[in-house]
Design a protein around this ligand. Structure first.
Ligand code: SF4
Length: 552
């Protein structure tokens, strides 16, 4: 009786030993015969011992598969090696095709084990940052076995569906047109600024990584060993890394069409489909009008772009209307996510009392599906499903309330001026609100404002604080109101005239806005830069430190 042979179809990853799985190594060791393309055999040479080697040229995959099956049927353990993953453009499918043609079944034929490896989409993504954090596809631009018309349709569909795209085999010496056409197709759906990563020979000694854009990618060297990863409409570049947020944004606020999710909200299930996105800053009062205009003229969402593309394809006869109609309810369910306006509302800069009429107005605005969230920041947050922010804001303002954007913006937290009886400094508080409230900054920033030296409402613990004393102001910077290392802001000036105070705050906020890292809190920024418009940072040190027996 002959021994039952075995086919080990192995993906050995990008080409470095460190990225070969243990099972792939074991399989190579246990094989009697190794069959592979010349370059692949060379890449795993360090793992070979006494195995018989069958090497072939690049285009001889079918011969390799036939030879592997033949030798396995002789009772040998045969390893068929592919770079990347054996089941992703690798040898696994071809081996099964040869077996099936010969009437193979799992019960009666040779044993088959497909051993997975790291495919290029994964290895290249890891070198670029995190570009494949959302729905992605791989498309091989090789029309050797697939008609170009089919490949082009796939590219079109990937563009239409806003997939992150990993292009395999993007260009060869003779095949140069496909990558150009691919770029042209995707530019119909994505900005020329869309981040693109070009990775050649990932994790090999000749590795090259280039970060470019969809508009400029063809200016770089792209060849058969390059994998091209094209971001979707949400993909961003941060500090040389290509990063795709995990979802699309549904929340927006007054001055921006999209609104970053706070880090502490990011992992909530309800927030999982939303994205990290920035926007230009405008001052609060202008933002009310400009923000409305921006919302109305917002670049079209991915879903809208996709539906536009569907219409385009129908018009060109590429897709049948019937197909589109059949899928429409599914598309609708996926794409018709309502926009949620999120705004901060308060009864006044110092006034902390909402009237029954104002409360009724808020209830009317949010309706049955909205939300009113009480916060410790002297405002409530309203979440309203609407695409009419102007109307919502004007209804609330007509009821005497202050309406502001939320998120990474400047917020004023004033005291109540002794129930609005000590109002000497009130005009300055109003001016601070008018000039800086709602200004977009790297991270949410609170300005504490106290109407006298009593400094009620914890004002000196805020990021920036100002305390009014006999017509002048003391200025404090870099407070940290919460956390184990909470500390008051550092007093950096005393006796500033109101005009001096406003000027200093304006310059400080401009510096923070220009030089702060995304999500960098103001107290960290002050510490990092050390000197902020002439005010020097001093480290806060605890006056007494006793080591806990329980450790940290
Ligand atoms: S800080 Fe001064 S003015 Fe403001 S509420 Fe307190 S005591 Fe009154």
């Amino acid at each position: 009786m002959t021994t039952r042979g075995k086919l080990l179809v192995i993906g050995f990853g990008p080409g470095s030993f460190a990225h070969i799985t243990d099972r792939a190594r074991e399989a190579i060791q246990e094989a009697d015969v190794i069959i592979g393309y010349n370059t692949y055999v060379d890449l795993i040479r360090g793992l070979l011992t006494d195995q018989e080697i069958v090497r072939t040229g690049m285009t001889e995959e079918v011969s390799r598969a036939i030879e592997a099956v033949r030798q396995a049927e002789m009772g040998k353990k045969v390893a068929v090696i592919s770079s990347g993953d054996a089941g992703v453009y690798g040898m696994a499918g071809l081996v099964y095709e040869v077996l099936i043609e010969q009437g193979w079944t799992e019960a009666t034929g040779v044993e088959v084990e497909v051993i997975p490896g790291i495919s290029a989409i994964n290895s290249c993504a890891s070198l670029l940052g995190a570009p494949v954090m959302h729905d992605a596809c791989t498309i091989s631009l090789s029309d050797h076995l697939t008609p170009w018309e089919v490949i082009a349709k796939r590219v079109e569909a990937a563009g239409m569906g806003d997939f992150i795209v990993a292009l395999y085999n993007p260009r060869s010496g003779r095949r140069t047109r496909q990558i150009v056409e691919t770029q042209q197709i995707l530019l119909k759906y994505r900005s020329a600024q869309t981040p693109v990563g070009l990775v050649k020979s990932a994790y090999r000694s000749s590795q090259q990584v280039i970060l470019t854009t969809l508009g400029e990618m063809l200016e770089h060297d792209i060849g058969m060993l390059t994998t091209v990863i094209i971001g979707n409409t949400s993909t961003k570049v941060y500090d040389g890394k290509m990063i795709t947020p995990r979802g699309y944004q549904r929340k927006y606020t007054l001055d921006r069409a999209e609104q970053p999710i706070q880090m502490n909200e990011r992992l909530l299930e309800k927030n999982e489909p939303w994205a990290l996105h920035g926007g230009d800053a405008t001052e609060r009062l202008e933002a009310l009008k400009a923000g409305v205009a921006q919302v109305k003229s917002t670049p079209r969402s991915s879903a809208e772009l996709a539906m536009d593309a569907v219409s385009l394809l129908v018009n060109r006869g590429v897709l049948e209307t019937a197909v589109v109609e059949r899928e429409a309810h599914v598309q609708g369910a996926l794409f018709a996510q309502p926009l949620i306006l999120e705004i901060a509302v308060s009864p006044g800069v110092g006034n902390k009392k909402l009237t029954p009429k104002q409360m009724a107005t808020m209830l009317e605005v949010v309706g049955e599906d909205g939300e009113i969230e009480y916060t410790p920041n002297h405002y409530v947050i309203l979440r309203v499903t609407t695409s009419e922010p102007e109307q919502v804001a004007s209804v609330l303002e007509a009821a005497g309330m202050i309406v502001q954007p939320v998120g990474s913006v400047v917020q004023l937290k004033a005291c109540d001026f002794c129930n609005m009886e000590k109002t000497d400094s009130y005009p300055q508080a109003e001016e601070i609100m008018q000039r800086f409230g709602g200004l977009t900054v790297p991270k949410e920033l609170k300005i504490g404002f106290a109407g006298c030296g009593m400094a009620c409402y914890g004002s000196v613990n805020e990021d920036i604080a100002m305390v009014y004393r006999q017509g002048k102001f003391d200025l404090f910077l870099g407070g940290k109101a919460i956390g184990r290392n909470a500390h008051p802001a550092q007093r950096v000036a005393e006796g500033l005239e109101p005009a001096q105070l406003l000027s200093a705050v304006e310059q400080i906020l401009a510096e923070y806005k220009a030089k702060g890292y995304p999500d960098e809190r103001f107290h960290k920024f002050f510490k990092r830069v050390g000197n902020l418009v002439g005010f020097h940072h001093e480290d806060f040190t605890a006056p007494l430190v006793i080591e806990s027996i329980c450790g940290d």
